[in-house]
Design a protein around this ligand. Structure first.
Ligand code: BEZ
Ligand code: MG
Length: 574
């Protein structure tokens, strides 16, 4: 304890630590790779079922078990417990009952679990039964696996049953796997459910920015992906609309093609200027949705409202008055790749260490993503006009960048796509706005959507995965591929240093200690996959050379030794 710290400061510090531990504990941590054709193992199944049971599912008439238990125990609200400093024990009690009830269900089925929950916590059997019946269906489907059979049938050109694409926890109807994943009807996006959730998330995002800066961001850059908007039925799209202060309106054919403006009195905050960068997949799948987003910005820009309550109008009219822009140019906010192109290539540049100064990564992002998709004032559709000057201008006012994470399976250090997009756009903003934006991610993985800064998210993912023995031992069960996965995580973490300077130095130190400076682990990794091990050592040295991390000289010396030993061993093999 620090000498100047009072008891209440110490308690607050312990509480913050406790909250972080709970956060890591509550995450679903993948403990291995999916093996094609193999059904889920028992422990993995129990974890998934517990997560499925943590959401209310009105479409199945099922309630979240934790909420049912909280009500039966006369606790006001389970959700409130997560934010109350004095409620740790009650929350642990409820979480323990949920875990045991799911365990009983896995061992002995619905009746036993219903009865046990009734005797343990007084939950009415009629209330909990629909949830366990839902779990029964999910468990049966997790036990069956048709993937190899479906693949063989697909190769024979036979029919494969279609099924929706989503995260199992978000939509258990994605099971069984091994079906032909179908997308959504783009006109159905965003759904009502997506709008309700998006409102909550976007408000939390604005509140977080407001708490940190004492005002709202005047312009925000949003990354929209295709698969995510399929999974969530358009939550990202709905967030953009809500930030602008509009709602989607359906036409006579129930297609979301129009928008309605939410009056400022109802919105009670300014309309935020939103720059949208959509992936190539989004562009291909959601053409009408891009038109809807463009229409929303154009409508908001023409509203007769005070400039300090309508940042879109403010920014657009300033470009017209001060810089002589045409309205069509000043209002362009929806950007993607050139038609037929995908990706930002920022990930390739980082992985190949092929950049010299920071600005290059943001410039590459703009070069790839500066194609405007809009409908001009004459009603002509513009499908991918190269407009780097318009994107530069739009990004030059951005104060915050943002993306959703919405799958348990894929987080920001699992793949290189998060840093190529959110990192890439943040770096592009940094050089154009002459100031690093605040970078946020939402986490709609749990029932309580959370906004975190990028730095917080990198820390959380590192603790939950890369440095978590449960995660890396799960990966190492896969031998050669497992080491490659660990190396991938480190490389993706490095990507967040390169694009956004968002990685605490201790993370690189702990990674070195866990995988390279521990002789037993070093030998295991060397036996399994010396190539990935060498890339890992080199990546850590590069992190130092680029100034992301400045460890003790002994650590660097040891990493250099390991890297040269591995290089020499490689030459011997050749
Ligand atoms: C997408 O769903 O749009 C997407 C997926 C992976 C990488 C980039 C974009
Ligand atoms: Mg890789």
């Amino acid at each position: 304890m620090n000498a100047k710290e009072t008891t209440s400061e110490r308690d607050a510090r312990v509480m913050r630590l406790y909250e972080q531990l709970v956060e890591i504990e509550q995450r679903l941590i993948p403990t291995g790779l999916h093996v094609f054709g193999r059904a889920a193992e028992l422990r993995e199944k129990a974890d998934l079922l517990r997560m499925v049971a943590s959401f209310d599912r009105p479409e199945h008439g099922a309630r979240a078990l934790a909420r049912l238990i909280a009500e039966a125990l006369d606790v006001d609200s389970y959700d409130a417990l997560l934010h109350e400093t004095s409620a740790g024990e009650t929350r642990e009690l409820i979480d323990g009952i949920v875990a045991e009830a799911v365990h009983q269900f896995c061992e002995d089925g619905v009746d036993t679990a219903v009865d046990w929950l009734n005797s343990k916590a007084g939950v009415d059997g009629e209330e909990s039964r629909p949830t366990f019946l839902l779990l029964t269906r999910v468990a049966e489907q997790l036990d069956s696996n048709n993937e190899i059979d479906s693949l063989v049938r697909a190769l024979r050109g036979e029919f494969i049953r279609p099924g929706p694409g989503a995260d199992i926890v978000q939509n258990p109807l994605v099971l069984p796997t091994g079906r032909n994943t179908h997308a959504v009807n783009p006109y159905s996006v965003p759904s009502q459910m997506a709008c309700a959730r998006a409102q909550h998330t976007a408000d939390a995002l604005l509140r977080r920015y407001f708490d940190e800066h004492g005002r709202y961001p005047r312009a925000l850059a949003l990354v929209l992906w295709g698969l995510d908007n399929i999974k969530t039925q358009g939550e990202g799209v709905a967030q953009a609309l809500w930030l602008l202060g509009v709602r989607p309106v359906r036409d006579a054919l129930n297609r979301a093609t129009e928008i309605a403006v939410i009056p400022l009195e109802e919105l009670s905050r300014p309309r935020i200027d939103v720059v949208m960068t959509v992936s190539g997949i989004f562009r291909d799948l959601f053409t009408p949705t891009m038109a809807l987003l463009d229409k929303a910005v154009r409508r908001v820009a023409t509203l007769d409202e005070p400039l300090d309550m309508n940042y879109v109008r403010r920014n657009v009219s300033q470009k017209i008055d001060a810089d002589g822009f045409e309205f069509d140019d000043a209002v362009t906010r929806v950007f993607s790749n050139a038609p037929g192109n995908y990706g930002t290539n920022v990930n390739f540049m980082v992985m190949q260490s092929a950049w010299e100064n920071d600005a290059t990564l943001g410039d590459l992002f703009v070069t790839r993503k500066c194609f405007a998709y809009t409908r001009d004032s004459n009603g002509r559709s513009v499908e991918g006009r190269e407009a780097p000057e318009l994107m530069d201008d739009a990004l030059s006012r951005v104060e915050a960048t943002y993306q959703n994470i919405d799958s348990f399976e894929v987080g920001i250090t699992d793949v290189d796509h998060y840093f190529e997009y959110l990192g890439g756009i943040s770096k592009a903003v940094e050089t154009r706005a002459k100031s690093r934006p605040s970078i946020y991610l939402s986490d709609s993985l749990s029932p309580q959507t959370k906004i975190r800064s990028l730095e917080e998210t990198v820390r959380l993912e590192t603790r939950a995965k890369t440095l978590n023995p449960k995660w890396y031992e799960g990966m190492l069960k896969h031998g050669f591929r497992g080491v490659a996965e660990i190396e991938n995580h480190v490389a993706n973490t490095f990507g967040w240093s390169a694009t956004a300077d968002a990685v605490d130095p201790w993370i690189y130190t702990e990674i070195s200690q866990t995988f390279l400076l521990d002789p037993i682990m070093l030998n295991r990794l060397r036996e399994l996959n010396p190539h990935s091990l060498q890339s890992l050592a080199r990546r850590l040295l590069e992190a130092h050379n680029r100034g992301y991390w400045n460890p003790a000289e002994e650590i660097l010396e040891r990493l250099r030794e390991i890297s040269s030993e591995l290089e020499a061993a490689k030459e011997l093999i050749v």
